[in-house]
Design a protein around this ligand. Structure first.
Ligand SMILES: [Zn+2]
Length: 508
């Protein structure tokens, strides 16, 4: 068991129960809701807008200024600070994570307020937050679905009390998820959720040679970096989305949350359409050729290819070296179209075994130019080589995650139980600077608070710092905060415009 010297003081709320001992907690082990393919009608969307606009009235749309956002934020901060125990020295255990470390993490480091504003898009609670499903995975693996909260402070207290190993974010429903059994069935349906994407190294296992299983290294992380680059630009340029949050999954993948209002309101049909548009690599290990594209290429694919070409030599040919052995080289030959050229390539490679993938790849063009095959169609060969680049490096999506409005996805800033690492945002403008090995673990963060407090005892100013500011989590929280601010600003602007337009039409 981990040893804690200065135990964090527990308030009455925290002492009340643990997940295992609580009888007041309703544990609902419900199967995941079957995908509903219900389209959101214009009528329902307009009803949704009304719900947002006719909020509890704390903030009128017309007189809402950025100063007021600041003021509302300050009030919320004061409310939160009341509940934070005074900083104390904590000895961490050196394990990846323990329930005790998790509790401290939720109490002192988890950015609940930013998470609330991110989901709510407004300073005071709206149905975007209050009707939002949160699902907890408790330390004893009980899965607790359909939780929802009136305020972020209520959520924060419940997270600290339940101390889940992680939690997931689901859709905004037409009624409070906690009331789903007392409202009419038709009155309880998912209305909106961020459009999400999941990229996981599992889908690259058949082509990566550097690691296997749960392991990752900087070489194979390149697959994820390239995937972020390609998808991010496609979502921005082809769909016009602006608010895309990329988040490290904590071990070997990344999630994208497209937060634009237009994306949140998409029904399953639209989500499926976007996912299919972005999905090029299809089929498992048994499928010989996984990329089958018509020519001329769609401009979006040409753009993707240009991004991929930059990384192909280093990330695939050098780092993965996938066709080094004779059997592996056979896989490459199967993707090339000309029989005679393939025979010549095979001969050349058999004469010089263990040639690198770089030289084998270069050999294709060299032999082609020497005219070893009379039947060779140069264009066909070039297209086949393009397909190879796409097959080895184009983002491999877990498309099912993207297709359903009611799919739940792990929240940013949760801790991955296997690695202890925080699911931090990745700056999509510079994904190549993100190193998963540098992402702080919960143990490390708590050590950093201790260290900071120990060296700043005499300094009064340390009292005013939030705990996250004492740690290497700070740049990630700051990034998230900026992302959320930009999103909120745009939502407010749109709301004000809609309100003005309504006013003008009334005046007219
Ligand atoms: Zn690796």
């Amino acid at each position: 068991m981990p040893h804690f010297e200065g135990d964090i003081e527990k308030g009455p709320m925290e002492q009340a129960s643990s997940p295992q001992s609580s009888s007041s907690v309703v544990h609902e082990l419900e199967p995941a809701v079957a995908a509903e393919s219900s389209a959101i009608t214009a009528q329902r969307l307009s009803h949704l807008n009304e719900m947002f606009d006719n909020d509890d009235g704390q903030f009128g749309l017309d007189d809402f200024t950025e100063d007021e956002i600041q003021a509302a934020t300050a009030i919320a901060e004061t409310a939160q600070s009341v509940n934070i125990p005074p900083p104390r020295a904590i000895q961490s255990s050196g394990q990846q994570t323990t329930p005790e470390l998790m509790e401290i993490f939720y109490q002192r480091l988890f950015p609940f307020k930013d998470l609330f504003q991110w989901l709510n898009h407004f300073p005071s609670p709206t149905p975007s937050f209050t009707n939002r499903e949160i699902a907890f995975t408790l330390q004893n693996d009980v899965y607790l679905r359909y939780q929802s909260f009136p305020t972020y402070d209520a959520m924060r207290k419940e997270v600290i009390r339940l101390n889940p190993s992680r939690f997931e974010i689901g859709p905004v429903y037409s009624a409070n998820p906690r009331d789903r059994k007392i409202v009419r069935k038709t009155a309880f349906r998912p209305l909106e959720k961020e459009l999400v994407f999941d990229i996981d190294m599992t889908d690259y296992d058949e082509i990566r040679t550097c690691c296997s299983g749960a392991k990752i290294c900087n070489k194979c992380w390149n697959f994820i970096t390239v995937a972020i680059k390609v998808l991010d630009v496609a979502l921005r340029e082809d769909f016009g989305f602006k608010h895309i949050l990329w988040v490290y999954s904590g071990r070997r993948g990344a999630h994208a949350w497209v937060c634009d209002k237009r994306a949140r309101g998409m029904d399953d049909t639209k989500r499926r359409a976007v996912a299919s548009y972005l999905e090029l690599v299809r089929g498992g290990a048994q499928t010989t050729k996984k990329v089958n594209l018509k020519r001329p290429l769609h401009p979006s694919i040409t753009r993707s290819l240009n991004i991929l070409r930059d990384s192909f030599s280093s990330a695939i040919l050098v780092d993965q070296d996938p066709w080094k052995g004779p059997e592996d080289a056979e896989k490459l030959l199967k993707l090339l179209p000309d029989k005679m050229l393939n025979q010549e390539l095979k001969k050349t490679w058999e004469a010089l075994p263990d040639q690198s993938s770089t030289s084998k790849w270069a050999c294709i063009d060299r032999l082609a130019q020497q005219g070893v095959s009379k039947s060779l169609d140069a264009r066909e060969l070039m297209e086949a080589k393009q397909d190879v680049v796409l097959e080895y490096l184009y983002p491999r999506l877990d498309a099912e995650v993207s297709k359903h409005l009611n799919h739940l996805l792990k929240s940013p800033f949760c801790i991955h139980p296997g690695t202890g690492r925080v699911c931090v945002p990745i700056n999509s403008a510079r994904p190549e600077t993100f190193d998963p090995m540098d992402v702080p673990t919960v143990t490390q963060l708590i050590d950093e608070i201790d260290e900071y407090d120990a060296t700043h005892k005499a300094n009064e100013s340390s009292e005013t710092l939030a705990d996250y500011e004492k740690t290497s989590l700070k740049p990630y929280v700051d990034y998230f905060h900026r992302f959320v601010s930009d999103l909120m600003k745009e939502e407010m602007k749109e709301k004000r415009q809609r309100s003005q337009e309504n006013q003008e039409s009334l005046d007219f």
